[in-house]
Design a protein around this ligand. Sequence first.
Ligand code: GLU
Length: 322
Amino acid sequence: MSCRGRYAPSPTGMIHAGNARTALAAWLSARSRGGAFVWRVEDLDPPRVVPGLAEAQMQDLAWLGLDWDEGPDVGGPFAPYVQSARSAFYDEALRRLAAAGRLFPCRLSRKDLQAVASAPHGAEEVPYPASLRPRELAPDWFERLCAGPPDAAVRFRVDERPVAFVDRVQGPITERADLAVGDFVLKRRDGLWAYQLAVVVDDLAMAIDDVVRGADLLASTARQIQLIAALGGTPPAYAHVPLMVNARGEKLSKRDQGLTLHSLREAGVAPEAVAGYLAHSLGLLDRPEPCRPADLVPLFAWEKIGRADWVLPEDLAGSLAT
Ligand code: GLU
């Protein structure tokens, strides 16, 4: 069986060491099994998308030594590889889910939900309690919603059954999506497609069976597995790679400019030094010896990948300089 992996960054920030490490793991997972690697641009949140960043991200990872068989720059059988050009696919999936009775419109604001939530939620998502589901829906609610200007979000009815899967890094996971998040949004009230729908529809359409991404997305996986089942698909294998944090133990952000591939490159660091460092941080090399990603293909095994977050030094460029 051929394996198909992907890297699907949102063009909202420069590739930093943590993104590069996840991309390297995703690339190695596919390449070590002779699989194909796909690049997909996840640009569904227009206010956050920075023009030119998708290209810059590709340049940075090509500099590191990664390559891809399909993507916005090279094309491929599942084009387009840019989510903003794939609305027809999301539309079609939404229609199927509506026909199957899995959707309902929601006009509650985040504030309304916050008011009914039993516990305070600082997170961006407030669990949607099943008690708020509409008891009855007009048979043509979906058509009417599609016909007019967007005035309601569309939510997916989650299943109460626990979702169980084995993550290749994090181990066996069981999650009750109904308790963790409840019925979640697939299309926002402002008409934008939600990440959860787009990622599932695209991975199915592009025949992706190997999903490697940051551990911050582990909490989305149970939801995505439920959506895949509702669309009649088979879930891919999942691996959620631990995050890299800055010297203060914080998740990397735009403030950590010095930790981007671009700044390392500008500082004269060789791509081999970065690749060796990332491979060492993943557990693939005992020491951070310079290497090319291609040299790592025979060394790759999921059993070697550690579960702990990796703390980056303040002066990464300095510590990688030869
Ligand atoms: N676009 C997401 C991000 O940049 C990744 C989505 C995924 O790999 O499922 O965080």
